[in-house]
Design a protein around this ligand. Structure first.
Ligand SMILES: Cc1cc2nc3c(=O)[nH]c(=O)nc-3n(C[C@H](O)[C@H](O)[C@H](O)COP(=O)(O)OP(=O)(O)OC[C@H]3O[C@@H](n4cnc5c(N)ncnc54)[C@H](O)[C@@H]3O)c2cc1C
Length: 357
């Protein structure tokens, strides 16, 4: 064994940075939570907070907290934790870009037990709306308070927080996780938060990952304090962005479409659907100078996201990717779950396995 190898064995775990691949909402939320727990952290990513490439989903999200239907109770809890942490940020002031807004959710069908109804235990002021309060073509409707995150503010906020807590950003595209292991031979914990990138990493090649294009309309308006959500086959939302004085109109999901061009047919359809949903906010024909367009690629995964820990040689490799259209709503819960996994790896290194690893 060479001198350098012997030296490396002497590096205490507490000085081996936790390496995160990816600086979207998942990588950055995780970095923040790890740093708050005292772990040293470095993030490696091609795109960093503030960038605006369409493949960098976190720059383009709505990004509303909405309870997802059809998920497990463990996944529901990830969303609940996210809600708790985002609520605190919203209460602390506008700097984080998180706001508390009213929500009105209209349901085309009677809700099933596995629907978004579970969210009523998490949000504030939940109530069933009475008939007459919502359009008669819906089966029922809910009113509650929810949280919206303005990514144009939240991502730069996270960048600042991570840097001030001692985290390090490294801009670099890698072809494999092995490339990261070679860059950081001392590190024992690696977190893959590369979103759709996990399809192409040579030693991941997750064929379940696929791109799902979203295109939204951003409408400038002072009426930006209420979310409208149509739950059913005509999937439509109006997500307020109070700190940017506007609302986000959507949505559409286009599998395997990577076009950066605005599709005006989609934009007109979204405006028409949003007008039907919230005519008091969205005019049938908004003035041209009040409308702009948002295009982003959701990092989706058949069968749902991946969140697990593997032991590979003397490293712990944690995977957290494939969050599709819900990365913001899961973000801080996922980050907290990863902190627990990192703490387990810490224990294995410093107590159970000692420095022989
Ligand atoms: C139009 C639209 C609306 C949305 N609305 C909502 C919403 O209302 N609520 C909600 O919760 N979510 C919403 N989402 C989804 C949300 O944006 C995503 O789920 C979330 O941003 C995914 O975050 P991520 O960190 O996993 O991936 P990303 O933000 O895509 O980040 C991936 C990171 O990995 C890096 N990376 C990947 N491969 C490599 C490599 N080989 N080398 C180096 N770096 C690499 C990238 O550079 C980037 O830093 C929406 C998305 C879109 C597009």
């Amino acid at each position: 064994m060479g001198e350098i190898d012997r030296d490396r064995l002497q590096v205490p775990f507490s000085q081996r940075p936790i390496m995160i691949l990816g600086a979207g909402i998942i990588g950055c939320a995780t970095a923040r939570q790890l740093l708050l727990n005292g772990f040293p952290v470095a993030l490696v990513a091609e795109y960093l907070p503030g960038d605006q490439d369409i493949e960098y989903a976190s720059a383009w999200a709505g990004a509303a907290w909405h309870a997802a239907g059809g998920i497990t109770s463990d996944q529901q809890y990830l969303q609940a934790v996210t809600h708790r942490i985002l609520l605190k940020m919203a209460q602390d002031g506008p700097e984080s870009g998180v706001s508390i807004v009213d929500a009105r959710e209209y349901l085309e069908q009677e809700p099933t037990p596995n629907s978004a109804i579970w969210g009523k235990t998490v949000v504030s002021k939940f109530r069933e709306m009475s008939s007459g309060e919502y359009p008669s073509n819906f089966h029922c409707a809910w009113a509650y308070e929810t949280l919206v995150t303005d990514p144009t503010r939240h991502m730069p906020y996270l960048r600042k927080q991570i840097t001030s807590l001692g985290g390090q950003f490294i801009r670099r595209r890698v072809g494999s996780l092995q490339e990261l292991y070679d860059m950081f031979p001392d590190s024992r914990v690696f977190i893959n938060a590369s979103g759709w990138g996990s399809k192409d990493l040579a030693d991941v090649q997750d064929d379940r990952c696929f791109p799902e294009r979203g295109q939204n309309v951003f409408l400038q308006t002072e009426q930006c304090h209420t979310m409208y959500f149509r739950n059913g086959t005509e999937y439509t939302y109006v997500i307020p962005r109070p700190l940017s004085k506007g609302v986000v109109l959507g949505g559409v999901k286009q599998q395997d479409n990577l076009s950066p061009e605005v599709d005006m047919d989609i934009a007109c359809d979204e405006i028409a659907r949003a007008h039907r949903l919230a005519p008091e906010i969205v005019p049938a024909q908004p003035a041209e100078d009040t409308v702009s367009h948002i295009i982003g690629i959701r990092p989706s995964r058949k069968g749902g996201f991946r969140l697990d820990s593997q032991r590979i040689g003397n490293r712990s490799v944690l995977s957290a990717y494939g969050f599709g259209g819900g990365g913001y709503a899961f973000s801080y819960g996922v980050a907290d779950a990863l902190v627990t996994m990192v703490a387990q790896a810490e224990r294995e290194n410093v107590i159970d396995g000692g420095r022989s690893r």
